[in-house]
Unconditional design. Structure first.
Length: 119
């Protein structure tokens, strides 16, 4: 069986994230990285898009969710994006990291990673 890993690397978006009043009134940059695994044997042998996981659809859902949402916690946003990554029954497991640049004064960013696997 051929297991594919789709990587969405450094998806840069803006959203309302945080619980401080300033964070709730001003959008901030976030960076999303995702790894989505699925068995790709049928896609590899058939060369048919219907047999592959559509990463463009997943990414569009993530973008819409982030840009239309407002979140207090990085945990909630990351969990929501992981749920989107896991929506397709084809997905065997996924990992999503959301990075919040400039969240801490002396650090480049703060990030949170969540993983899930289909039972």
């Amino acid at each position: 069986m051929q297991e594919a890993t789709i990587k969405i690397i450094n998806l840069r978006l803006r959203t309302f994230i945080g619980f401080n009043p300033e964070e709730q009134s001003k959008q901030q940059d976030i960076i999303i990285n995702a790894e989505i695994n699925y068995p790709a044997g049928k896609a590899c042998s058939s060369d048919e898009e219907s047999q592959a996981l559509n990463y463009k659809t997943i990414t569009k859902k993530m973008i819409t969710h982030v840009e239309d949402g407002q979140f207090k916690l990085l945990e909630k946003l990351t969990a929501d994006l992981l749920s989107i990554a896991m929506e397709s029954e084809l997905v065997s497991n996924a990992k999503v990291t959301v990075e919040k640049p400039h969240a801490l004064r002396f650090a480049d960013s703060v990030s949170l990673t969540l993983k899930a696997a289909r039972q």
